[in-house]
Every structure is written in structure tokens, then in C-alpha cells.
Design a protein around this ligand. Structure first.
Ligand code: SF4
Length: 180
């Protein structure tokens, strides 16, 4: 059962525009220097239930909310990925293209694509990419930390437009400099 540490009702960080954000609990990657170590524990926070999903959907349904962000922890960890995929499916069914879905992962886009058929968990990770709009990918690397970067902590991390990248096979990056 997935757990979450925080649900933000109004969030101006973690994505473009005014959004709602969900921080799921647990991370299997343990990047050295991670500023969010409190979220590594899969037992942290509260249970993610149908009721909490309903609450999150209602928060996202408000007209002034244009973006929904799923962060962690690691949303695509084995322990979380099935429930994150389910949530993304429900969000897409309910909102279509009305809200942009931002997904954060410490994994790399290319690795998720290349491993898509290796296991059922890998397939679920790939499915998540097809359901979200924007992926912020890669581990946090402390030596590459840059406070001027938008929506990410270190220079190796990327903001990827998923529709374009999955269709063309070329990774389409967004917010490549701190000025846009
Ligand atoms: S993936 Fe995110 S939460 Fe996990 S260790 Fe890396 S920076 Fe921390």
C-alpha cells in the first residue's frame, strides 16, 4: 500500500503555473546529498486510499489549478509505481488535457524506455510516462547542484515534454536555461 507525506493544495513550485502536488513516501534510489531524506522511508506519512485520492482529485478540479505534480520520494519505485499509474490513469480520464501532469523521478527517461519490457514493474514505469505530460528526471547529484535551475535541483536533471519525446524518439527539453 502506497503512503504519502504531503498533499499541497496550492503549489507555485514543482511545476509551471498554480498546481496541486502529491509527495509520495519512499525512495529506493538514495542519491547522496538528497535534501528530502525524510521521504525515503516507505512507511512514512499516511496511507494512500480511495478517500485520499478523491480528496486529491477534488483539489485538482478547481478551475484555477492548471497543473498536477506527483513527487516523492520516488513515485516510480517498485513499491509505489502501480498506485501511481492508477492515479495517473484516473487523472487523465477525469481531466483529459485540461490540467498538465508533472511527474518527478530519480530514474532516467532513457532507462525507463529501454527497460520497458523487462518486468511488470518496468512496464508500469513506462506506462506512467505515457500518462503524464512532463517528466522531471534523473537523480539529484550534489556536485551539479544549481539553485537557478527551474523545477529541478541539479544540472543533470531535465524537464522533458513527454508527448513530443515519446512520439519522435528525440528528447524534447523544456526550461533549458534559468531564464525561461
Ligand atoms: S530520487 Fe529524489 S528523493 Fe530519492 S534520493 Fe534522489 S533526490 Fe532524494
Amino acid at each position: 500500500m502506497m503512503r504519502y507525506s504531503q498533499m499541497r493544495k496550492m503549489d507555485i513550485s514543482n511545476g509551471a503555473g498554480l498546481g496541486v502536488s502529491l509527495f509520495v513516501s519512499g525512495c529506493d534510489l538514495h542519491c547522496p546529498g538528497c535534501f528530502n531524506q525524510v521521504t525515503w522511508d516507505f512507511k512514512n506519512g499516511s496511507e494512500w486510499t480511495l478517500e485520499t485520492e478523491d480528496q486529491f482529485m477534488r483539489l485538482a478540479d478547481r478551475d484555477f489549478i492548471s497543473r498536477i505534480s506527483i513527487l516523492g520520494g520516488e513515485p516510480l519505485a517498485d513499491h509505489n509505481v502501480a498506485e501511481v499509474r492508477m492515479l495517473l490513469t484516473h487523472l487523465k480520464e477525469h481531466f483529459g488535457d485540461r490540467k498538465k501532469i508533472w511527474l518527478y523521478t530519480g530514474r532516467k527517461f532513457e532507462d525507463i524506455i529501454s527497460k520497458a519490457n523487462e518486468s511488470s514493474q518496468d512496464r508500469l514505469r513506462y506506462d506512467c510516462l505515457t500518462l503524464a505530460d512532463i517528466l522531471v528526471d534523473g537523480p539529484y547529484i550534489h556536485d551539479l547542484r544549481d539553485l537557478n535551475l527551474k523545477y529541478r535541483g541539479s544540472a543533470n536533471q531535465r524537464v522533458i515534454s513527454l508527448n513530443n519525446s515519446l512520439q519522435s524518439g528525440d528528447i524534447k527539453l523544456l526550461y533549458t536555461s534559468s531564464t525561461n
